[in-house]
Every structure is written in structure tokens, then in C-alpha cells.
Design a protein around this ligand. Structure first.
Ligand SMILES: [Zn+2]
Length: 527
């Protein structure tokens, strides 16, 4: 058994400590070894040398189980025996002691295929199992089993096997058989097997027959119809170098070989995934047949580019069938990757899109730092991008920035004293008396110590003795406190930046091409 150590350990412990359950359920995708585990377990239970996790393999029980003719191992494929009569017939003899072995073992594969009546018949036996009976159930689809059955089984989930693990086993098998092989050929088979060791071994058989007793990369590729990775790496190298000519040349070569561009695109996307993994965890490339190529490309292409290519590739897979012909569709996808590379786009103006302070609306702007940002783009600085920003300014207009706002900014106050000043509004100042209206939400800031700090700062500012008089005003009456003005200005800046992004022709094109959305919260005005 390869790659199911977690299941084996649990079974070995149970056998070692003589803690045997009467029903076991093995789950997992096809070909991961469910019935293989079950058969080994049946041998463990019935080996003539005693209950053991390492059955001898030579006694008559062991050999008969191997040959599929052990009378006390009753194997059923539920997919072909779903009728209730079948199950009844099957379970009829359950009460009788085993003929030869220690236990009567029922191995029911694809158990989820049983009918409701059959489940009921099975359930009855599971509720009161005779001591000499063991049920080994296997299924790819445990969700289809009634809870009443599930709850009476000890469940083991067998994992899909990683390609590297399959490759390791295939190499071992080939070594034992003395068959020569190319490493990339093994990699192709292990990946083609999709997690199933059974499929991998059967593909291996076919490939050896196809290759006349050898395992050769090109022949395996021809057999599996897979794409030569070297071409895919050439395409990726073309992306890394921004070399459109080389990419088109590679595509031309592929077209002459008559490859399926759908498969090429799938392979490209899957290699981009490997590159992304190798960038964050370099060890993931270790042991892969193409480790060198992956490592080099992972270093050559920036992370964000890989993410972008991957996204374009995925959407390309969806759209490729709509292209008039696959080759041209594939070419467009590759060219799109080039066109939208973050640093390539600077040639088309995207990178030069920057938020600058503008002097287009000097009348509304009274303070140096309160100017709303405006997007200009060298390539697209036309009215289309500038107009919405202007109108945004006109509509919202910076608030009247009273002198109190300026004064507070220059007082150099910190902390709560600053908050007291920022949430107040100056009503009047005459004869050394400054009357302030404090917003009612911040009434708690009216404390003697804070007032004295503010008073001292104001005396320094005006160069004369100052007396402060506070009144508390409702929130609606304090629309011009420095805090409110700052907040409004920040909102205006933010809104102007959002408007500018939304109006930007490059952004629009990205939205149209990729069905993209601007994440408004992520837009930040640049000071
Ligand atoms: Zn044995």
C-alpha cells in the first residue's frame, strides 16, 4: 500500500491491540486503493498464522484470498447487485459460522449503490452482527449512504495520491522489472493518472506496450495526447521577455504539430500555478521533472504578472471555444497577457496615470493642502478623464474653511486638547474673549485641563490674554468645525480619486475585457 499511511496505522493498531470493529467503511476517489486495503485487511483477519497486520502471504487463506477464491471472503460489487433480493440472499448465510477462516468477511464495493431496501436489510445485520462476521464497505460517495449505516461503521478516508508519490512507485516498479525509462515520461503518467494508482499502473502497462518494452517521453506524450511542456516553457519565457515574436513563432510550431490549443492553454495555466507556488515556497518545485525550468521562470516573472496571466488564462479557457478558430483564439490570449503586463502598459498610458494636485479649480480651493486630486494621464489627458473630476469638485466644493480651521492647525496641540479644538467652532472673538461652540457629541472633552491647554495655546498664538467661553451645540449646528472640514475634505479627495479611476479609459477597458470591478474601498488618493 502506497500513500495511505494514516489508514494503515489505524488498522495496524486495531489488529495489534485486538480491538476489532465489525464494520469498516473505506472511502476515497476511484483507484486510491479502497478494495486493496480491504483485501489485505481480510488476509490480516484470516491468515492461518494468526490475526496480524502482516499476513504471511503463503498460507492457504492468504493465497486463496489473493486468487479470489477464499470461501469466507464474499466480495460483492453493489453497482451490479442493487436489488433487495440480492442483498437478502447475500445476508442469508450471515448467521452461519465461517467455513474455513476465522471470520466471514463481506466486502461490498460501491456500497452507496444499494437500494433503500437493501440498505435496510444490511442495517439489520449491522445492528446485531454475529461475532464471526466482518463487513468491509467501500465507496467513492459516502454522502449517499444512510446515516444509520454510516454511524455503525468505522470510517477511513483514503487520500488521492500526489503525482510525486505515484511517480516514486512507478519508478520502483520499473526498477524491479528492469525496464528503462525517461523521467519526464513517468511524470506524465503520474499526472495523467489523476491521483489513482490503479490508473497509473494501467497507463504504465499501456505505455510500455506502446513503446515496445521501453518508456519513452515522446511516445508517452503521443499516447496520452499531452502537450510537450518544453513548448509551454518557451511560451512562458516569451512572456518573461515580453517577446511577442518568439511567442507567435512557438505557436506556429505547435500548430504545425497539430496540437490541441485547448490542451496547450490548460497546460499553460497549470504551469503558471506551479510557478506561483514555487515563488512563495521554492521547495514545491523540488523533485519535479522540470524543476530547473520552473525555478528559472519563477524568478524571471514577477508574482503579480503570474497572477494576471493565470487570470487571463482561466478566462481564456472559458472563451476559447468562441474564437473562430482555436489557434487565433490562443494567440489573442497570449497577446492579451503581454498587453496587460503591468509594466508593458506604461507604454499605453496606464502607468502614467497618476493622481496629481491640480490647479484646474483654483477658485474653490482656498488652502494649499485641500486641493482635490485629479487624474491626468499623458496618453489620455483629454476631457473624458478630466471632466468628471471637475464636476465632482463643483458639486461637493471644499467647505468654507474658516480661519478657526487655520488657527487650530497652527496651535500645535496634541491629543485630547487638539480634539477639543478640532470639534469646536469659533463663534466670535472680541476683547480677548473667544466664544466656542463644542459639538454635543464631543461634550465630554470639556474639561478644565484641556480648556487650559487650549487657552494657553491661543494666548501664544494671538500674543494677548484670552478668555474662553464654551457652549455646547447640537451636531447639526457645528458643520464647520476643523474636524468636520477635514473629514469632508478627505471624503472629497477620496470621491474625486474614485471618480477619476472610474473615468479612466484604461480602467474602463480592463473592466470590459475582464468583466472586472473596481474595488472602491481600495482606491487611495495620492497626496
Ligand atoms: Zn497467511
Amino acid at each position: 500500500m502506497i500513500g495511505q499511511e494514516h489508514v494503515l496505522r489505524a488498522l495496524i493498531n486495531a489488529l495489534d491491540n485486538d480491538r476489532l470493529h465489525h464494520a469498516y467503511l473505506f472511502t476515497g476517489t476511484r483507484g486510491v486503493g479502497k478494495t486493496t486495503v480491504a483485501r489485505i485487511f481480510a488476509k490480516s483477519l484470516n491468515c492461518e498464522k494468526g490475526i496480524t497486520y502482516s499476513p504471511c502471504g503463503v498460507c492457504s487463506a492468504c493465497t486463496e484470498i489473493d486468487q479470489g477464491r477464499f470461501v469466507d471472503l464474499i466480495e460483492v460489487d453493489a453497482a451490479s447487485r442493487t436489488k433487495v433480493e440480492d442483498t437478502r440472499e447475500l445476508l442469508e448465510n450471515v448467521q452461519y459460522a465461517p467455513t474455513r477462516g476465522r471470520f466471514k468477511v463481506y466486502l461490498i464495493d460501491e456500497v452507496h449503490m444499494l437500494s433503500t431496501h437493501s440498505f435496510n436489510a444490511l442495517l439489520k445485520t449491522l445492528e446485531e452482527p454475529p461475532p464471526h462476521v466482518k463487513f468491509l464497505l467501500a465507496t467513492t460517495d459516502p454522502q449517499k449512504l444512510p446515516v444509520t449505516i454510516l454511524s455503525r461503521c468505522l470510517q477511513f478516508n483514503l487520500k488521492r495520491m500526489a503525482p510525486e508519490m505515484i511517480a516514486g512507485h512507478l519508478e520502483y516498479v520499473l526498477g524491479e522489472e528492469g525496464i528503462s525509462f525517461d523521467k519526464p515520461a513517468i511524470a506524465q503518467i503520474s499526472e495523467g493518472a489523476d491521483g489513482s494508482m490503479r490508473d497509473a499502473l494501467s497507463l504504465l502497462d499501456q505505455a510500455i506496450a506502446y513503446g515496445g518494452g521501453k518508456l519513452v517521453d515522446d511516445e508517452v506524450r503521443a499516447m496520452l495526447g499531452t502537450v510537450d511542456r518544453r513548448h509551454v516553457y518557451k511560451l512562458l519565457q516569451g512572456l518573461a521577455d515580453a517577446d511577442a515574436a518568439s511567442i507567435l513563432e512557438t505557436i506556429n510550431g505547435l500548430a504545425q504539430q497539430g496540437v490541441d490549443f485547448t490542451a496547450v492553454l490548460a497546460e499553460l495555466v497549470s504551469q503558471l500555478h506551479k510557478l506561483a507556488l514555487a515563488q512563495v515556497v521554492p521547495q514545491t518545485a523540488e523533485g519535479l521533472a522540470e524543476q530547473e525550468a520552473i525555478t528559472a521562470l519563477a524568478q524571471a516573472i514577477p508574482q503579480e504578472d503570474i497572477q494576471l496571466y493565470y487570470q487571463i488564462g482561466l478566462i481564456g479557457r472559458r472563451d476559447l471555444p468562441f474564437a473562430p478558430e482555436l489557434r487565433s483564439g490562443f494567440e489573442m490570449i497570449m497577446l492579451r497577457m503581454l498587453a496587460f503586463r503591468p509594466d508593458a502598459s506604461s507604454q499605453s498610458g496606464l502607468q502614467q496615470t497618476q493622481i496629481q494636485t491640480s490647479n484646474t479649480a483654483p477658485k474653490q480651493v482656498s488652502q494649499k493642502n485641500s486641493q482635490p486630486p485629479v487624474v491626468t494621464s499623458k496618453a489620455y489627458s483629454n476631457t473624458a478623464s478630466a471632466a468628471p473630476v471637475k464636476s465632482a469638485i463643483a458639486e461637493r466644493g471644499p467647505a468654507v474653511t474658516g480661519s478657526w480651521h487655520k488657527i487650530v492647525a497652527q496651535l500645535g496641540l496634541k491629543g485630547m486638547a487638539q480634539q477639543l479644538a478640532a470639534n469646536s467652532e469659533m463663534i466670535s472673538r472680541d476683547n480677548g474673549v473667544i466664544r466656542l461652540a463644542l459639538s454635543s457629541q464631543h461634550a465630554s472633552l470639556r474639561r478644565k485641563s484641556l480648556e487650559m491647554q487650549l487657552q494657553a495655546a491661543l494666548q501664544t498664538y494671538f500674543g494677548e490674554p484670552i478668555k474662553l467661553e464654551f457652549s455646547i451645540a447640537a451636531g447639526t449646528q457645528t458643520q464647520h468645525t476643523p474636524a468636520v472640514i477635514d473629514k469632508r475634505q478627505a471624503e472629497n479627495k477620496q470621491q474625486a480619486a474614485v471618480d477619476a479611476i472610474n473615468a479612466d479609459p484604461n480602467v474602463r477597458r480592463i473592466q470590459e475585457s475582464f468583466n472586472a470591478q473596481v474595488v472602491t474601498d481600495s482606491v487611495r488618493p495620492i497626496e
